[in-house]
Design a protein around this ligand. Structure first.
Ligand SMILES: *Cc1c(COP(=O)(O)O)cnc(C)c1O
Length: 238
């Protein structure tokens, strides 16, 4: 039997650090959602996190999440968390993603947005999405280039009536606090710019998904509303 007794205390500690960072920045800690990133960890670990008060869970891979969701459905009395897809999504998996996730953080092309929209329409579902932006311009990272963001937003709003664009997401090159800070600042600024340029009822633009185990306090100082924390809750991934 694997021991999951560290999960609750880790979550308590992260919530304290989250609150400290928010208060120091003059923000309400309740405005920052803690998303527990459960990739590579089994359904039992997710259940332990939910028992410790986690309401939002993030997964990278559609298939892995589908399996865990099925296992969690077998557990009596478990309040199903909100499922966030934070890893890159291929258009051919859009249907399964739409069926299982509540929020998709990794939309980075109109083609993908349209695929999600099409499946949402056939399932009569509205989906909350975020646009992933590649701030640092690293080749290896997914995400739309900042210069392409306005065009992507405009076309997505025009062509995808089932989608509500909640905000922006980014992954910095390294999750070291002080190298990540300028990346977070830039994402925040981009969202403010877009809000000024585009006025549309489906552009909600209140969420900034940024910050992981190594840098979430800095992300909160820079305006994050969704931190995605894995290792600091569950331990190192093997
Ligand atoms: C794995 C992952 C995280 C969590 O990273 P930790 O360093 O374990 O907290 C956050 N966001 C994304 C997109 C990830 O893939």
């Amino acid at each position: 039997m694997t021991d999951y007794s560290h999960i609750g205390p880790n979550i308590t500690k992260i919530r304290e650090n989250l609150a400290t960072a928010a208060l120091a920045a003059g923000r309400d800690p309740a405005d920052v959602r803690l998303i527990a990133v459960t990739k590579t960890y089994p359904a039992e670990a997710v259940a332990a996190a939910v028992a410790a008060g986690i309401k939002d869970v993030g997964e990278n891979r559609v298939q892995e999440a589908v399996q865990k969701i099925a296992e969690l459905r077998q557990l009596d009395g478990l309040a199903m968390p909100t499922w966030h897809l934070i890893g890159s999504l291929q258009s051919n998996k859009a249907r399964i993603a739409v069926e299982h996730f509540d929020v998709i953080h990794s939309v980075d092309s109109v083609r993908l947005a349209k695929a999600i929209n099409r499946h949402c329409a056939s399932l009569n579902k509205l989906m909350e999405i975020l646009i992933q932006v590649n701030i640092s311009g690293e080749e290896s990272k997914s995400g739309v280039a900042p210069e392409q963001l306005e065009k992507l937003l405009t076309e997505t709003l025009e062509e995808c009536p089932q989608l509500r664009i909640m905000g922006l997401m980014t992954i910095p090159p390294l999750d070291l606090p002080e190298t990540a800070r300028p990346v977070f600042k830039k994402l925040h600024q981009l969202m403010e710019d877009m809000k000024k340029k585009i006025n549309h009822p489906r552009l909600i633009a209140t969420e900034l998904s940024m910050g992981m185990s190594g840098d979430f306090p800095v992300a909160i100082e820079e305006g994050s509303t969704m931190v995605r924390v894995g290792t600091a809750i569950f331990g190192a991934r093997t």
